[in-house]
Every structure is written in C-alpha cells, then in structure tokens.
Design a protein around this ligand. Sequence first.
Ligand code: NAD
Ligand code: ISE
Length: 334
Amino acid sequence: MTVRIGVIGTGMIGQDHIRRLTHVLAGGEVVAVTDTDAARAKEVAGNLKAAKACGTGQEVIDDPNVDAVLVTSWGPSHEEYVTAAIKAGKFVFCEKPLATTEQACLNILEAEVAHGKRLVQVGFMRRYDHAYRALKRTIESGEIGAPLMMTSGHRNPSVPGHYTSDMAIVDTAVHDIDIARWLLDDEISETLVIKPRQNARGGELHDPLMTILRMRGGALVNIETSVNIEYGYDIRGEIVGETGVATIAESNAVVVKTKGMFSGRVPEDWRERFIRAYDVELQEWLDATSKGTVQGPSTWDGYAATVATDAGLVALKSGAWAPVTMRDKPSLYA
Ligand code: NAD
Ligand code: ISE
C-alpha cells in the first residue's frame, strides 16, 4: 500500500523530507502540501508528480486523499496541526520539538490518550543514526559498566536571524535531551543552565550555553550548545561508565593525509550529518503507517523532552537548578 502524505510546512526540512519521500524511500507519495508562504507551497507542489497546494494545514488534514500527515512547520504551530490530525484519526509524523511548551505537549498527549491509540511519531532522528545506535548497544552490553556521565556537543556553524537564546534550549538542545533519555534509559530530575563567555559572532545571543541534566538515577549529562561556531555542524557524544568510555567517532568517511597533515570533512549542516538517519526514520515510519501502527519516538517522548526544555528556560533565567516534574505516564505509552 502506498501511504498518501500531506505535508504542512515546506521550508528547509519539509523540502528535504519531500525529496526523500519522492526519490529515496519506498511506499509513500506526497499528495498535498501547504505553507503560510503560499507561493513556496505552490512551487514545491509544482515540482511533484501528483501533489496539490492547499490553502491551510486543516485542509491538508481533512483531505480524504491524505492518509498521513507530516508536520514540518515552525515549532509553535505543531500543537494545532498534530491535535487536528489526531482528531481526524490520521497518523502524523511531527518534526521536533513535538511542541514548544509543556502545556502544548500535554494537550497533544491528552488528545492522543482520548483517541485511545498511538498516532504520533516525533522527529528525534538521532535515535536512527548508526553511531548513536552503536553507542546504545555498547551501553546495553555492559562493556563500559554503568553509565555515570555523558557529554553531548551540539555545534551549528550559524543560525538564522530569527533564532533566539531560548531556541538554543527549546529547538536545539532538545535533541541532546531526548538522546540522553534514550541512551541512559532514564528520566531527568533537574537541570542547570550556565552561560560561558559569549561568542561575539552571535551578537546578543547567549551562545554558547552549557546545560546540565541530572538524571533520576544520578548520572549527569553535560550539553554544550554552540550555534555560531563557523567551522561546521559537529555533533559529539561520549559516555563515561564505571569501567570504560564510549565515544561517537568522527562522522567523515575518509581521512586524508598529505604534506605532513591529516584532515577529514566536517558536515555542513544537519541534512548532511544525519542524511541516513532521516532516511531510516521516515522509511520505518512509512512501513509502520502502512501496517496501521506507530513505533518511533512517541508523544510521551516529545512531552518529556519539552518538560525538560521548559525547566531549562527557568534555569537559564534563574541561574539555579530547576526541577523537571512530569505527570504520570499513561498506559498508552507503557
Ligand atoms: P523553516 O523556517 O525552513 O521552514 C518552516 C516552514 O514552515 C516555513 O516555510 C514557514 O513558512 C512554514 N510555516 C510556519 N508556520 C506555519 C503554519 N502555521 N502553517 C504552515 N506553515 C507554516 O524551518 P525548518 O528548519 O524547516 O524547521 C521546521 C521544523 O523542523 C521545526 O520544528 C524545526 O525544529 C524542525 N527541524 C528538525 C530538524 C531535525 O534535525 N530533526 C532539522 C531542522 C528543522
Ligand atoms: C534545527 O531545528 C535542528 O533540529 C537541527 O538538528 C539542530 O542542530 C539545529 O540547532 C536546530 O535549529
């Protein structure tokens, strides 16, 4: 069965996902798109074989030809579309963050629990990356003993003009928060956000930021968020265990040695670094959707990550540890 997909948001990642759904993956076809920038949606639809440009996200969701919805619009708009897709009983893949506030995530969670069946997958693509999967296998094998500390480096060469210091936590560190929960198989109990000397390239932005998570089991996670580091998109991860250390290797395929030097490529952006992870993520989503199921990161995972980013915003302002307090986990996500 071909899953007919409606895409809400045809910006950078919307277009990248449409490219992979159309030219790389099997079992899906984009049949409708929309964007608040109507000209952009029209242009994207025009480049596809059988897609129409719709005036609104709700129109995409209501379209009887749309089996499943891909939400790739700006974070603050996710709640409206994901909730509407749940109400329509349609599977929905929502790019991270699930929503930008704890309350918005709770509203989605309550809508899905009321529906009684999982419909939502959140775009935490690191869980599909071969290096992170190898790191998880290493932890689970017991080879380095119980994990005690994790370091997560999240470096962007630059960010667009509308990017704010809050986004460094809500939009960027949210990936590290999710991957820490997943790798350590634990929830977060509190968080602290520290401001180092500011990178002059970022103007007023608090950049870099150092976010520390204390997990319920006691492990500490140290997240560096640098969003103006110029040299490339560099994602780093290391776990210190009781008897050993496991580190994500450099992502370049080739190391060049010449004239007394060695070098390798640093990815330009997330599209390059995680290209295969996005492919696996969306292929697995298509396969599950065509069978009427969902398997990837859930609404609960999206909610848990945003509870931590909300606490991170409190900690950024106060300079003190902020508690991360979650509601009980509904049995739907057991
Ligand atoms: P973008 O600014 O390039 O594109 C967003 C698009 O959404 C724009 O075309 C904008 O006009 C449209 N839009 C905004 N509000 C809308 C609304 N209410 N209805 C319909 N369209 C609307 O941004 P982007 O980089 O593509 O990011 C989009 C989402 O994807 C964000 O949630 C972001 O965090 C996420 N993202 C995830 C990854 C990842 O690695 N998983 C990478 C990049 C972006
Ligand atoms: C962007 O939205 C992403 O999700 C990228 O993966 C991340 O590295 C970047 O900082 C975000 O703005």
